[in-house]
Design a protein around this ligand. Structure first.
Ligand code: GLA
Length: 670
């Protein structure tokens, strides 16, 4: 048989099929020629033609001359604009990782997973990626930690190349989300917010501003208020002297022409303060060593004028840098903050930006708010200002006399006194001392331990008189890790209870300054989804809620994240439970928190870069029977569901709901 014509036709056909590629003269562009400074990764910087350890790229004994060495969790966004034909690479864990790393490579195009490696371990042969990318506009190369943390996760994209016939691939920053508002604006009728229980010590000055949203003027009244207390009907501020030991069930009412609202508040006069996590504002992450008396007064005014005080924010807290720095240290650039640390009597001297501490706390108290202060048990604070070492009793007395209601006690420079490797007793000592001293003062002072979790502080913080304690270092240094920080903090959930709170540090959204250099405030790097997730995590963990951004720049978006009363109610729940965590997959985890009324608050969190479908199963949520599902951010009922709730969680975001037992016939709409 003569095959010649057939062969000829088949070769012509093959040639014709290849023609578009040939005509487009596909160019081969190596991954490492893109701007690798845009790679986000869990450790180090992305490397060109070498591993993250700066050695030749090597996977299972084979070395590769070219490619990119990175470290989980790693993302690189690449704009392809439809110009790339193929992407090829050999991927795997680098041989020099030095431990038991495990990673998962993923290639995602326009939000869809195009390829995933499955879990890869050291010594495992490289896997080949070979993908048709025609039509894809936005590509994401990601390396996950395969669910076991990022240690030793050295990941190589070896021999990674794009075959390009149109626009060249460009590394880009992560696409920006536009801010979007979820919290409905408060209506004109009064709504009473804030905690349902409030702790005070008998015989001490009492101050409580009833948080209420709705149109002002409003008229407040209270039934069963103890005789020692007095309510100003116009402002809703209760003052007086805390009553004799006991529980007082008070009924509060707020009225205006649009309506009225009532709710109970149990005043518990006894030994325990902070029966719900403290809420307020702290100057640190916006203003560092720029804090002034004026700034603190303005902060108090803004808490009132912005409505944040109406949803429960009450403390106005000065952090470091209100004292003098020693002249000989030559570290503080502002001459008004340099001078004698103490006067002739040994009293601490505020710097010249704080001319009159008593007048400042009186101003804050006049608005129904409370005032907080910071010091360190060491000779100097972290910022290099006067600390309380060897003046503890005198300082505690002075702060109480000035009228402060809250003390943050840091650790900095105490390390030298405690020694290089302090014992548990040495770690506790300064906190026990200050805790005892604060209890002796004739006013209620909340005690906040700031020693970054040393010696498992959650196990003993309460026993030394603490009401809340930082569980880790400064969150400002690792804002890109809010999920990881929250998950770590959640491990100590068993220690969370009324009067004893784990503190994963301040809410840093809106305008904040760079913590590394005390920078001026600018819009924070977190996406809108991440900011909603941040607030939801903190509320589900019953964390202290201290906003630490620039209040003078607070906008509608930030206010809507900070000020949703249904979300805050989860934080302020009287049971004081910190949510239990269950991971559904590498991207999605849930947090379930028992609330005092028997209902559950649940957050579904997505650590991934794209929408993730998620299903909240009733067994996981610890509920049975039909449940009304309420979307807490939107303040809307989503309907009665049986058995599970299915949703889609936005990238690096949250869906936060409350599950309330319902009869099958309950209405499905709000
Ligand atoms: C430490 C604390 C911060 C802040 C600074 C002040 O870093 O963790 O919260 O108080 O000190 O210098």
């Amino acid at each position: 048989m003569n095959l010649t014509p057939v062969l000829r036709w088949s070769s012509i056909l093959a040639w014709l099929t290849a023609l578009p590629l040939a005509l487009s003269a596909a160019e081969s562009i190596p991954l490492q020629t893109l701007d690798l400074t845009l790679v986000q990764q869990g450790w180090g910087h992305a490397q060109t033609n070498r591993s993250i350890r700066e050695k030749p790229l090597a996977i299972a004994g084979k070395t590769y001359a070219e490619g990119v060495g990175t470290h989980a969790k790693s993302t690189l966004w690449i704009q392809l604009d439809g110009g790339t034909e193929r992407f090829r690479a050999q991927v795997g864990v680098d041989d020099a990782c030095g431990g038991a790393g495990s990673v998962e490579f993923k290639v995602l195009g326009d939000g869809k997973t195009l390829w995933q490696s499955g879990t890869m371990k050291p010594g495992q042969a490289a896997k080949a990626v070979d993908l048709d990318l025609r039509g894809v506009k936005l590509l994401l190369l990601s390396v996950g930690d395969a669910g076991d943390g990022v240690s030793y996760d050295h990941a190589n994209w070896a021999e990674a190349r794009f075959e390009v016939s149109g626009p060249r691939p460009r590394a880009v920053t992560k696409p920006q989300e536009k801010p979007y508002l979820l919290t409905p604006k408060p209506g004109p009728a009064p709504r009473l917010n804030g905690p349902l229980v409030y702790g005070c010590r008998p015989g001490h000055p009492f101050l409580y501003r009833i948080p209420a949203t709705g149109t002002r003027p409003m008229e407040f009244s209270a039934r069963n208020l103890p005789d020692t207390l007095k309510l100003d009907p116009a402002t809703g501020i209760i003052t007086g002297i805390a009553p004799a030991r006991g529980d007082y069930l008070v009924n509060l009412t707020a009225k205006n022409p649009a309506g009225q609202a009532s709710r109970s508040l149990t005043i518990k006069s006894g030994d325990t303060l902070s029966l719900t996590p403290p809420m307020g504002w702290n100057h640190w992450y916006a203003h560092y060593n720029r804090v002034t008396d004026k700034m603190m007064r303005e902060a108090a005014d803004t808490l009132i004028n912005s409505g944040l005080a109406d949803v429960g924010y009450e403390y106005v807290n000065i952090d470091d840098c209100w004292m003098n720095a020693p002249p000989q240290a030559k570290r503080e650039p502002d001459a008004l903050r340099v001078g004698p640390l103490r006067d002739d009597q040994g009293n601490m001297v505020p710097n010249r930006h704080f001319p009159d501490m008593k007048a400042l706390t009186a101003y804050i108290h006049g608005r129904g708010l409370k005032a907080g202060l910071y010091t360190s048990p060491g000779p100097l604070t972290c910022g290099g200002f006067a600390g309380s070492y060897q003046h503890e009793a005198q300082d505690a007395r002075l702060y109480a006399e000035w009228g402060f209601d809250f003390l943050k006690y840091d650790w900095c420079s105490y390390g030298k006194i405690a020694g290089a490797d302090p014992s548990l007793a040495a770690l506790k000592k300064p906190y026990q001392q200050m805790g005892d001293l604060l209890k002796e003062q004739p006013r209620d002072m909340v005690f906040n331990l700031c020693q970054y979790g040393m010696g498992d502080v959650w196990k003993w913080g309460e026993s030394v008189g603490g009401h809340c304690w930082r569980t880790a270092g400064d969150l400002g240094f690792e804002l890109d890790r809010i999920f990881e920080v929250a998950l770590k903090n959640s491990e100590y959930r068993a220690y969370s209870r009324p009067g004893a709170w784990n503190d994963p540090d301040y809410l840093q959204i809106g305008w904040i300054g760079n913590a590394r250099n005390g920078g001026l405030p600018q819009p924070c790097s977190l996406s809108p989804n991440e900011q909603y997730a941040f607030m939801s995590l903190w509320c589900l963990m019953a964390s202290p809620l201290f906003y630490s951004g620039d209040l003078s720049k607070v906008d509608d978006f930030t206010l809507n994240v900070l000020g949703n009363p249904e979300v805050i109610e989860v934080d302020q729940d009287p049971l004081g439970q910190s949510a239990a965590v269950t991971r559904l997959n590498e991207q999605v985890f849930i947090m379930v928190k028992d609330l005092a009324d028997g209902t559950k608050a649940v957050g579904l969190f997505n650590q991934g870069e794209f929408d993730e479908p998620a299903s909240l199963n009733w067994a996981l949520a610890g509920v049975g029977g039909p449940q009304m599902v309420r979307d807490l951010w939107r303040q809307t009922n989503l309907g009665v569901q049986a058995g599970e709730f299915k949703t889609t969680v936005p990238p690096r975001g949250v869906v936060m709901v409350r599950l309330m037992p319902a009869r099958p016939s309950s209405p499905t709409q709000p």
